[in-house]
Design a protein around this ligand. Structure first.
Ligand code: CTP
Ligand code: ZN
Length: 154
């Protein structure tokens, strides 16, 4: 265990989201709908030194697992994150997230006149043209939806 990891103690059961792009832990909490009122025990480390990426955020949520649609949204703002499931102090599952080349169904296109915003039953589809910060090109209207545009949708 490195010195940095001692910043927050190990958890017994729950989920550790590690290697979150520095400064984005609170956005990940927003995606998860965690505001403190649900009574979950949550530890957050922001801008801690990381050997892999310089700096990173870490979020430890006790007694909570993540749903697949939550994981799919986390990839968009923290493409290098790992999701660790902890049981009785052991990491029993580790998922390294990977941003796909194309996205379907989320987020919404930034263009209000896009067919995907017209009330037609057309799901959004994007090409990922840059990962950090994220830039998506709409397959229908070609407009670029940026990470900032996506934050406004959470
Ligand atoms: N962790 C925790 N509580 C535990 C076990 C692990 O909070 N009981 C945290 C660690 O502090 C770390 C993350 O879960 O932030 C992943 O743990 P581990 O796989 O042991 O660390 P590394 O091998 O450093 O992971 P990686 O290779 O993904 O960087
Ligand atoms: Zn569009």
């Amino acid at each position: 265990m490195s010195e940095q990891e001692l910043r927050i103690r190990k958890i017994r059961n729950g989920t550790v989201i590690d290697h979150i792009t520095a400064g984005n832990a609170l956005n990940v909490m927003k995606i998860l709908g965690i505001n403190g009122k649900e009574g979950l025990v949550v530890s957050v480390a922001i801008n801690v030194p990381s050997s892999k990426y310089g700096r990173k955020d870490i979020l430890k949520i006790e007694e909570r697992e993540l749903k697949q649609d939550e994981v799919n949204k986390i990839i968009l703002i923290a493409p290098n994150a790992t999701i660790n499931i902890v049981k009785e102090y052991q990491v029993i599952d580790k998922k390294r997230l990977k941003l796909p080349a194309e996205l379907k169904g989320f987020p919404r296109c930034v263009n209000p006149n896009c067919i995907t915003n017209s009330g037609e039953p057309v799901e959004t589809e994007f090409y990922v043209i840059q990962s950090e910060p994220l830039k998506l090109r709409c397959k229908y209207c070609q407009r670029i939806t940026s990470q900032d545009d996506i934050f406004k949708q959470f």
